[in-house]
Design a protein around this ligand. Sequence first.
Ligand code: HEC
Ligand code: HEC
Length: 350
Amino acid sequence: MKLQLTHVLFAVLQTLGLLAYAADPAPEPAPEQPDLAALAQLMSPGAQLYMLRGCHACHGIQGEGVVPKHGPRLAGLPAEYIARQLTHFQNGTRGGSFDDLYGRQMQLAVNSLSAIHIQLIAQHLANFRAAPPLETQLDGDWAKGSQIYQDQCLACHGEAGVGNLALEGTPLAGQIDVYLAQQLRNYQGGIRGSHADDIFGRQMSASMAGLASEQDIVDVSLYLATVGGVAEAAPPTTPEEVVASFYRRLDGRDKNAIYEILHPDVVFHFPDRQVTGPAGYWAYVSQIALLIPDYRHELKGIETEATDQSMVHVKSISISGSLANGEDLTLPGTARYRVVNGKIVEAWVG
Ligand code: HEC
Ligand code: HEC
């Protein structure tokens, strides 16, 4: 693969008319324009549909969820579950109730998707790696929530909310807490899971009997939102550890890492453009995720410069993963980082 990744991304986004989502002003035109027909094949049809249909506005480019839009996290949910929900939104089995404000929003978003489009989008979302929670908003008792979960939910939703495919129990760990609580209220009030055709939803509704109070709902939602997060063994101390920890957490799709480890004014210098600020960097990696949903980084030969202790050199940094056509892709490079007071303030990636 000789094409430079940033050129590829630029061309794909241009093809889709999505450059407005790129973090910074349009870069200088690439000297050699990549073959657009070849690029369209690099991005899965599901990824293209997901962007073109505007799903990312409420669910995030990496399916990580968008709290202010009430859009739940979709990354890593089983394709079958996602497809079933989309079909249910379409035919009113879910979101058909007048009281279901958010469900009705979703109905509008899916009403003209064909069955094949639903399958393609569901597969694309399932290929994303699941992320830890973005942020929690509920005030509850985690230990009580954990106890409720072990007693009443674990059988169908698996150890620590990882899901139980055999029983169609959805993975719940790391989902946005407010969304979880809303779904539980919906099941309880018959807004979700009461339709005659909703076989699995009705199983879930029947399981709500043991949740005595609103506080139980809040406690168990808080527990599920935060269980299984990737905890770093110890906070990084040296500049090398800061860089290594940043990529490790990024590979765990931990969006918080971006804001914790990157300085608010960070600048990333790539060969053909600059990306500034944590939000700009997240937009940049999200573009990579459109082509390579399961991307991960590998860093080798990390060392601190002898004369300037804030400079970290990485002799080899590669991004790898699978393309839509099933081919594995590895993009090798090198990088230098300036780390001040535990934060990455500037980076040169080539
Ligand atoms: C206007 C914002 C918005 C848009 C656009 C949108 N969604 Fe949603 N989506 C939501 C909200 C809000 C919910 C939660 C509904 C509820 O509370 O039941 C949701 C729920 C879902 C769910 C159910 C998740 C679960 O865990 O059960 C799926 C799947 C989904 N959306 C996929 C999509 C896809 C695919 C698209 C693009 C075709 C899309 N959404 C576009 C806001 C949106
Ligand atoms: C008898 C099995 C069973 C039990 C017990 C059960 N669930 Fe479920 N749950 C399901 C199934 C099946 C679904 C998927 C419904 C669908 O496909 O529409 C589900 C869906 C859910 C959802 C919606 C997920 C989403 O992404 O929208 C939440 C939240 C949930 N369950 C929480 C719980 C909690 C909390 C408990 C314990 C109080 C619990 N469940 C107990 C079977 C169960």
